[in-house]
Design a protein around this ligand. Structure first.
Ligand SMILES: [Cu+2]
Length: 127
C-alpha cells in the first residue's frame, strides 16, 4: 500500500518535473525586436519652421520665431478667405490654398491679425 503511494508520488513528481521542464524548454530565442527606425530625414526642417498654416480660423503656430532676414510663408488651408495684416502691410485675400510670403529684416516683435476675422491673431518674433 505504502509502496504504491510512493510510486504514484514519484510518477506525479516525475510528470511535474517533466512538465516544468517542458514549459521551460521552448525557450524562444528573442526575435529581433521591432525597433522602430528613426524617422527618415524629412529634408530641410529649417524651411518648414518658417511656415504658418491657417486652418480652423487660426494661425498655426500662432507665434513663430525666425532670424532676421528670414521669411515666412502663410498658407490658407481653410475654405474661408483670410489675410495676414501687420501694421503697415497686408497680404492679399487668400482663398483656399492661397499663400503669402514676407521677409523680415528688422529684429522685433510683429503682431498681426486677419483683417477679415480680426479675432484671429498671430505674432512673429524676429531675432
Ligand atoms: Cu480670416
Amino acid at each position: 500500500m505504502k509502496k504504491r503511494i510512493i510510486l504514484i508520488m514519484a510518477i506525479i513528481s516525475l510528470l511535474a518535473a517533466g512538465c516544468s521542464q517542458y514549459n521551460a524548454q521552448p525557450y524562444t530565442a528573442p526575435s529581433a525586436p521591432a525597433v522602430s527606425e528613426a524617422a527618415p530625414g524629412t529634408g530641410s526642417t529649417e524651411a518648414e519652421t518658417n511656415a504658418v498654416t491657417i486652418s480652423s480660423f487660426a494661425f498655426n503656430p500662432q507665434e513663430i520665431t525666425i532670424k532676421a532676414g528670414g521669411s515666412i510663408t502663410w498658407t490658407n488651408l481653410d475654405s474661408a478667405p483670410h489675410t495676414v495684416k501687420f501694421e503697415g502691410f497686408e497680404s492679399e485675400r487668400m482663398g483656399n490654398g492661397g499663400r503669402y510670403e514676407h521677409a523680415f529684416m528688422e529684429p522685433g516683435e510683429y503682431d498681426y491679425i486677419c483683417s477679415i476675422h480680426p479675432s484671429m491673431k498671430g505674432k512673429v518674433i524676429v531675432q
